[in-house]
Design a binder for this molecule. Structure first.
Ligand code: DGL
Length: 269
């Protein structure tokens, strides 16, 4: 029983890599819905239906726990899937809340009332669907007061990454950071709220400047997953690890190699 990890495309590999480093004894099955990426420009119903199909495929493959290594799916589809009820022994978690807990200096499950936190001006970079969902502001409001959030919907970035066009992706990041700075000239912190963006973390950091604290999800999520599995050891298991995709396996494997500099062989989902 491996742990399942789901993303619309390659971005979740940034989370998977951090999780594999943090939890070397846990097997993972990665599912990339590259045939339907990007999710960030889709309607909420569409994102829900695609995410649900991917999660069910991972449950059917024997995974007990599935992590949505995709902010768009976590923001738009997770709550609906959980509220509809999940099969016995199965779980699905997102990557959104761990990042907000890190920002608001909270441990998992700390449900105390919202309080003042050190960071008061936050820039959020995410897909158009994540920004439109307002999930970030909603989850933040449960935990912190007085935090000003400026969100920048980064259209085009995921498409460029999935196509392997990093020159375009970097140019788009610079222009999205400029647009954000026109709205919020001095953010204290920036959240890279899409799991594809850590692949461009150095470009974000350079464009934001040295005074902005950049919160990147992979290490945060890996730590929170380790904590979760320590509390739910029944969900840790071994199984056949693997990489599945609804896209073209060869194309997706080549892109994964380009970004991670290690060979990953995707199979058809
Ligand atoms: N990696 C996904 C995320 O974290 C990208 C979504 C997309 O496919 O647009 O939001």
């Amino acid at each position: 029983m491996a742990v399942g990890m789901f993303d619309s495309g390659l971005g979740g590999l940034t989370v998977l890599t951090a999780a594999q480093t943090r939890l070397p004894d846990v097997d993972f099955v990665y599912y990339s819905d590259a045939g339907n990426a990007p999710y960030g420009v889709r309607e909420p119903d569409d994102i829900h239906n695609l995410t649900k199909a991917g999660v069910e495929a991972l449950w059917d493959a024997g995974c007990g726990l599935v992590v949505l290594a995709c902010n768009t799916a976590s923001a738009v589809a997770l709550r609906r899937i959980q509220e509809a009820g999940v099969p016995k022994g199965k779980r699905v978690l997102g990557v959104f809340v761990p990042m907000i807990e890190a920002l608001t200096e909270r441990n998992w499950g700390d449900n105390s009332p919202p309080r003042q936190v050190a960071i008061q001006n936050v820039a959020l970079f995410a897909t158009p669907a994540t920004v439109a969902s307002r999930a970030f502001s909603r989850e933040l409001a449960f935990r912190a007061i007085g935090v000003d959030v400026e969100a920048q919907a980064c259209g085009g970035v995921v498409d460029a990454i999935e196509e392997g066009d990093m020159i375009l992706a970097e140019a788009l990041v610079r222009s999205h950071v400029d647009a954000l700075k026109r709205k919020m000239p001095k953010p204290q912190a920036a959240i890279l709220g899409c799991t594809h963006y850590p692949l461009l973390e150095s470009t974000f950091r350079e464009a934001l400047g040295p005074d902005v604290k950049v919160l990147s999800q992979p290490a945060i999520v890996a730590e929170s997953l380790a904590d979760y599995l320590a509390r739910h050891p029944d969900l840790i298991g071994s199984g056949s690890p693997g990489y599945r995709t609804t896209g073209n396996p060869r194309h997706v494997s080549d892109r994964a190699m380009q970004f991670l500099r290690r060979h990953i062989a995707f199979e058809a989902a």
